[in-house]
Design a protein around this ligand. Sequence first.
Ligand code: UT7
Length: 337
Amino acid sequence: MKYRSEITGVGSYVPPKVFTNFDLEKILDTTDEWIQQRTGIIERHWVDDETSNSDLGLEASLLAIKNAGLDKKDIDMIIYATLSPDHEFPGTGCFLQAKLGLHEIAVLDIRQQCTGFIYALSIADKFILSGSHKNILIVGSEIHSKGLDKTPRGRNVSVLFGDGAGAVVVSRKELLDSKKDSRVIATQLFADGAFAKELWIEAPGVACGNDRISKEMLDEGLQYPQMNGKTVFVHATKRMAECLGSVCQEANVNLADVDLFLFHQANLRINSKVAEMLSIPEEKIFNTIQNYGNTTAATIPLGMDDAIKAGVLKKGMLVASAAFGSGFTWGSAVFRY
Ligand code: UT7
C-alpha cells in the first residue's frame, strides 16, 4: 500500500494579553509609526504570568487533536519546534508529552527557529511515508516575551516578537489519487551556518566560559537576541523566493496554480518583496503579523489555523509555504490541505 501524509487537524493558542505598539512606546523609545512602517506589526500577545512554552503548546495541541477527530492516545510521535524552551534540557516536547498524559511515544525537539515548522513537517512526512508512524503531532510554540531586552537598547529586536503556539496533526492515509488527495506533496530544507551569528542568542552556552554565562555577559545583554536586521532581510527575501520556486518545481505545480501562500511572518515588507519577485498576487498571501508579530516556529501553524477559521483555507486547496530564520535556516513546502 502507498501512503500519504495528510494534515488532519490544526489548532492554535495565544495568551490573552495584547501589547500594542503604543504600549511599547512607553518603555522602548519607539513609535507605532516606526513599527508599522518598517514591519507591519500593530500588536502582539505577550504572556504576563507564569505560563510556560509547553502550556501554550498544550492548548494548541488539544485543539489540533480534537479537530483531527482523534483521541490523544492516537498520537504516536511529537515533534516540538521552539527556540524558547521551558528549560535547557530535556526538550519541551517531553514536558508537553507529560502534560498530555502520554507515555513512551517518541518525542523529538528541533531547533530551526523561524523555519522550525517547515522542518517539522518534512520530518513528519518522512516518518509517515516510511510506515513507522500513524499520527504525528507537530507543535510550534514560543514565549519570546520573557527573553527580550525591554529597554531602549533592545528596541530593534524586541518590537518584532510575540508569543503563541500552533499545532497540526499529520496522519497516515492511503494514497489513491496523487493529484487530488490531501497530502504533503514536497518539502525542501536548507541551512547556512556561516550566518549563524547574524541572528542569535549568544549566552548562556558552553562556548561562553566555565559557568556558561558571566555577570559581564549579563550586563552586556548577551542573554537577549541580537540581530543584524538588514542582512537578515536581504537573505530572507532571496532565499524564500528561491525555495518557493524550487519546491513548486519539485511538486510539479505552477506558482499560479497555488490557491494560498502561508509565509513565515517576520516582516510584511519581506513577504511583499517575495510576492513581487515571483509575481504572486498579494491577496493570495495570508498575513497575520499585524496582530501577532513574529512568533517564530508557531507562525505558520498559527496562521494556518486563522486561515481556516476565516474561511480562507478550505479542504482540497493547494498551499505553498516558505520560511527563513536564524541559522540561517530556510525551507518550503507544497501541500494539498
Ligand atoms: O524571522 C526571521 C528573522 N527576522 C527577520 O527576518 C527580520 C529582518 N529584518 C527586518 O525586518 C528589518 O531589518 C527591521 C524591521 C528589523 C529593521 O528595519 P530597517 O529598515 O533595517 O531599520 P534599521 O535597523 O536600519 O534601523 C533604521 C533606524 C536606525 O536609526 P538611524 O541609525 O537611522 O538613526 C535605528 O536606530 O531605525 C532605528 N530603530 C528604531 N527606531 C524606532 C531601530 N529599531 C527601532 C525601533 N523604533 N524599534
